[in-house]
Design a protein around this ligand. Structure first.
Ligand code: IPD
Ligand code: CA
Ligand code: CA
Length: 267
């Protein structure tokens, strides 16, 4: 699967360069509302166009699912590229240097190659299924956490799902009292990659989209981490509700939060 990964890396670097240029010249950034209470910029669109062009040049028949363009059908429907041109657009707009390009390739429903790239720090997280995960070429392993009490967790407030604020903050309050530290970074893809790198021990986030999750998921799994939905099942790609991290941390998070989630978030 190295050829797929190589094209994903090439596309991510090109998109990252577009993002860096705009980051250094913020007046070039034009912000639009997407209507679902979220925002997009001309740079998200330009970066995505470049990724699509790079993939299409190498693999004209593959199908692409891109956050800003939707589905671009190819003759080959069993090979799908899942793209988030900028994960962390709100950080990007605020000139906070924490956002990433996220690209994954799925073959017959299995993620085979993944890239999460922070162009500002030049950190390139990569994974090929069965061949481990790397950060700038160095092998990644999840942090060998001993217990929740020493764990640093990440989360993201449910800004687009405020109807779940009560149970969300009940979960946060309980975990806050049991873990060591919390971080709110504003990029789900980087949270997964950071967890793969052992910088974080685990995370819980709700209402994510497949392009927020897929690449980071493979990188995390290849680094020895696990990912589940809020009920401990595999439905996270559909529900968008994710608990992830070191296996022991995930187990603890599931046990501690089961009775607090709104039942609708557990399906
Ligand atoms: C967002 C980020 C954020 C998460 C949101 C996503 P975007 O992606 O991953 O961390 O909380 O749910 O939509 O819009 O910056 O690509
Ligand atoms: Ca995203
Ligand atoms: Ca995005």
């Amino acid at each position: 699967m190295q050829p797929l990964l190589n094209i994903a890396i090439r596309a991510a670097r090109k998109a990252g360069n577009v993002a860096i240029k705009a980051y250094e010249n913020p007046v070039s950034i034009e912000i639009d509302s997407k209507g679902d209470n979220s925002v997009v910029t001309n740079i998200d669109r330009a970066a995505e166009a470049l990724i699509v062009e790079t993939i299409k040049k190498a693999y004209p028949d593959h199908t692409i699912v891109a956050e800003e363009s939707g589905i671009i059908k190819g003759k080959e429907s069993e090979i799908q590229w899942i793209i988030d041109p900028i994960d962390g657009t709100t950080n990007f707009i605020k000139n906070i240097p924490h956002f990433a390009v996220s690209i994954a390739v799925r073959v017959k429903g299995k993620t085979e190659a993944a890239v999460v790239y922070n162009p500002i720090t030049n950190e390139l997280y990569t994974a090929s299924r069965g061949h481990g995960a790397q950060l700038n070429g160095y092998r990644l392993r999840v942090n060998n956490s001993k217990d929740l009490a020493s764990s640093m967790l990440a989360t993201i407030f449910p800004a687009h799902n405020k109807q779940y604020s009560d149970c969300y903050f009940a979960v946060l309050q309980k975990l806050f009292t049991q873990c060591s530290h919390f971080r709110y970074t504003g990029s789900a893809a980087l949270d997964l990659a950071f967890t793969a790198a052992g910088r974080l021990d685990g995370l819980f986030e709700l209402g994510l989209k497949p392009w927020d999750i897929v690449a980071g998921e493979l990188i995390l799994r290849e680094a020895g981490g696990v990912i589940t939905d809020f009920a401990g099942n595999n439905n996270y790609m559909t529900s968008g509700n994710v608990i992830a991290g070191h296996p022991k941390v995930v187990k603890d998070l599931l046990v501690m939060t089961q009775d607090l989630w709104d039942e609708r978030l557990k399906v």
